[in-house]
Design a protein around this ligand. Structure first.
Ligand SMILES: Nc1ncnc2c1ncn2[C@@H]1O[C@H](COP(=O)(O)OP(=O)(O)OP(=O)(O)O)[C@@H](O)[C@H]1O
Ligand SMILES: [Mg+2]
Length: 242
């Protein structure tokens, strides 16, 4: 039976007079790959920050795994099985690739040996085994994005929030990341995916929500969204990678 894992229920987030997120509602089903798209400044990252406990919501409720999580801290949300990546990847640059992923693993174990085992397994799953002992800061952007993915996977999340994980990547690198995401979903995780590359979004997402100026403009299947005149006018027709 399909179950909702995440409910966004009339969520708003104001920064002073700036309404970044305005009365947004939607639900994400278990094992879905769910796309969150929209123009720059639409409120996508702000919504992620609210969901993952980095910003308190101004109003509304966020329900994850049948629990209201509005007032939880980021580490508490993470312990419930939700992990997020950052639009601007920020690995601990002076640590090795392996150590960065072990930090993710330490959210589910206190034992160094276990953390190392989990990290090695996740580095393998994203194809970074050969880079384990490299200093994270020395990696290319494409490899840093894979490292970011390995770090969140090491928390063994039920749900991953991916904020432009393919941003700045070439076609081949994007394809590799999409394959990893499909694999992660096939193993049982649920994914919410923010991305501007419409080819990537339509290739991978089961369901898409479009935000525009903080409001929900539309939701539907990739076919419905790419054929929606309002979405085309507000976003897809505007010179993006549609
Ligand atoms: N910490 C903050 N303080 C004040 N305003 C903020 C803050 N974070 C975001 N905003 C504002 O909220 C609005 C939405 O920004 P957000 O970063 O969520 O957009 P986005 O959809 O992720 O855009 P992009 O595609 O460019 O990443 C913008 O007007 C932004 O200036
Ligand atoms: Mg953003």
């Amino acid at each position: 039976m399909i179950q909702h894992l995440l409910h966004i229920n009339h969520v708003s987030k104001h920064f002073g007079g700036n309404v970044a997120v305005s009365d947004i509602s939607f639900s994400v089903d278990e094992k879905q790959i769910f796309g969150l798209i929209g123009p720059n400044g639409a409120g996508k990252t702000t919504l992620f920050n609210c969901i993952s406990g980095f910003y308190p919501v101004t109003s509304g409720d966020i329900i994850f795994d049948n629990k209201t999580i509005n007032n939880l801290r980021p580490d508490e949300v993470c312990h419930m099985g939700m992990a997020r990546t950052w639009q601007r990847v920020k690995p601990l640059g002076s640590l090795t690739v392996l150590e960065n992923v072990m930090i993710g693993a330490f959210s589910i174990t206190n034992a160094t040996r276990d953390a190392e085992e989990i990290a090695i397994e996740q580095l393998r799953s994203v194809g970074l085994t050969d880079y384990a002992q490299k200093i994270a800061g020395s990696l290319s952007i494409g490899l840093k994005k894979k490292l970011e993915l390995a770090r969140v996977l090491a928390t063994r999340p039920k749900m991953l929030l991916l904020d432009e994980i393919c941003g700045g990547l070439n076609h081949t690198e994007t394809e590799t990341i999409l394959d990893i995401i499909r694999e992660v979903r096939n193993k049982g995780a649920t994914i919410v995916f923010i991305e501007h590359d419409m080819k990537a979004v339509t290739a991978i997402c089961d369901w898409i929500v479009v935000l525009n100026s903080g409001e929900k403009l539309a939701e539907g299947t990739p076919e419905e969204i790419t054929g929606n005149p309002e979405v085309i006018a507000a976003y897809l027709g505007g010179g993006h990678n549609a």
